[in-house]
Design a binder for this molecule. Structure first.
Ligand code: KIV
Ligand code: ZN
Length: 389
């Protein structure tokens, strides 16, 4: 990997799915995984196989059907966990086992009920076991940002010795700040990685609304993998949002000269697909993919944008896949406009599906002034479900 290439590790199907109301069935996970592969993510974390048979089956199915991307399975540092992850990844083209254990005293004392020495031994054993199954092993020190840094570095050192080549430094509770996190990543780099062929990864939660800022700070400090989710879904306030990190790197390449493999034009369609699967919309003012992200309401702004979009737009809607065509769909719109909008949203629908969707669309348009893309996706979802039943 060139030194300025940042790997995008997508955990929408694992950490993202842990957010209330975001669970997905196997078919939905595979559909989402294929979209993530097309988006250009480097790694898809497809689930936590020991947690349930459903997760196990999902990891297996994603690994079988997504052959151009790395597929990761999460496990704790317990023998059965590692074995289940390995089993689920058995037929993956590019498998990665992702083992984690907490390193903060608060977690050791109140959750794991283990001593520091025991956690070191658990780390060593789990990473070694994982390496027996997979070439690529990632180790995460859960709650790293609230861990004693000397102890954290000791555990990470053991993980590297045992064969981990990716070290993840999670801000599990969304507690750190950009400058503090910069320092932590620098310390891991200087004290653990040094000249070894090991990648530092970060995984930031958004409890203080700093997940993206912390991830970007970490990249500047030397992290070369970021863990994130579409629409920022995830435990509690969510994970760092993939689309925000990617577009910050893209738009501010002057200050952040790093590359990803993401096809930015797929960001909006991917976000829309996730919303339709989990059944809830992104907040309207969400950066990059929210309904209002490119809407200019004030007259003075509209005037500026009409004269030159650069007055108020730092990126074009097209660059993130928001349909350029701002045709407003309403009760007078025809079948052709509807079919075009579905194409722009990335849906390849049959004539029969279009007929059924059009009937529902005209009914809805009688009741609703404006029809949004999300409405169209929900309509289509209902149509395909009805046809499958
Ligand atoms: O937030 C966290 O620490 C995690 C780990 C399992 C990586 O999700
Ligand atoms: Zn997490």
């Amino acid at each position: 990997m060139p030194p300025h290439r940042v790997s995008i590790f997508d955990t929408t199907l694992r950490d993202g799915e842990q957010s209330p109301g975001c669970s997905m069935n196997l078919t939905e996970k595979v559909r989402m995984a294929k979209k993530l592969q097309d988006l250009g993510v480097d790694i898809i974390e497809a689930g936590f196989p020991v947690a349930s048979d459903g997760d196990f089956a999902a990891v297996r199915a994603v690994a079988a059907q997504c052959r151009h991307v790395k597929v990761a399975a999460l496990c704790r540092t317990a023998e059965l966990d590692v074995a289940r992850a390995a089993e689920a990844l058995k037929y993956a083209a590019h498998p990665r086992i992702h083992a984690f254990v907490a390193t903060s005293d608060i977690h050791l004392e109140h959750k794991l009920k283990k001593t520091r020495a025991q956690v070191i031994e658990m780390t060593r054993a789990a990473v070694r076991q994982a390496r027996d199954y997979a070439e690529e092993v990632e180790f995460s020190a859960e709650d790293a940002t609230r861990s004693d840094v000397d102890y954290l570095c000791e555990v990470l050192d053991v993980a590297v010795d045992a064969g981990a080549s990716i070290l993840n430094v999670p801000d599990t509770v969304g507690y750190t700040t950009p400058m503090e996190f910069t320092r932590l990543v620098q310390q891991v780099r200087e004290r653990v990685v040094r000249d070894k062929d090991v990648i530092i990864s970060v995984h930031c939660h958004n409890d203080l609304g700093l997940a993206v800022a912390n991830s970007l700070a970490a990249i500047e400090a030397g992290a070369r993998q970021v863990e994130c989710t579409i629409n920022g879904i995830g435990e509690r306030a969510g994970n760092a949002s993939l689309e925000e990190i990617v577009m910050a790197l893209h738009v501010r390449a002057d200050r952040l000269p790093f590359e990803t493999g993401i096809n930015t034009k797929e960001l909006y369609p991917t976000s829309q697909l996730l919303s339709s699967i989990v059944g809830f919309d992104v907040q309207p003012n969400k950066a990059i993919v929210g309904r209002n992200a490119f809407a200019h309401e004030a007259g003075i702004h509209q005037h500026g944008v009409i004269n030159n979009p650069l007055c108020y737009e730092i990126m074009t809607p097209e660059s993130v896949g928001v349909p350029a065509n701002s045709l407003v769909l309403g009760k007078h719109s025809g079948r052709h406009a509807l079919s075009l909008r579905y194409m722009e949203l990335g849906y390849d629908i049959t004539a029969a599906e279009l007929d059924a969707a059009y009937t529902s669309f005209t009914n809805l348009a009688d009741r609703k002034k404006r029809i949004y893309d999300q409405d169209l996706i929900s309509l289509l979802g209902a149509v395909t479900r009805e046809r499958a039943a």
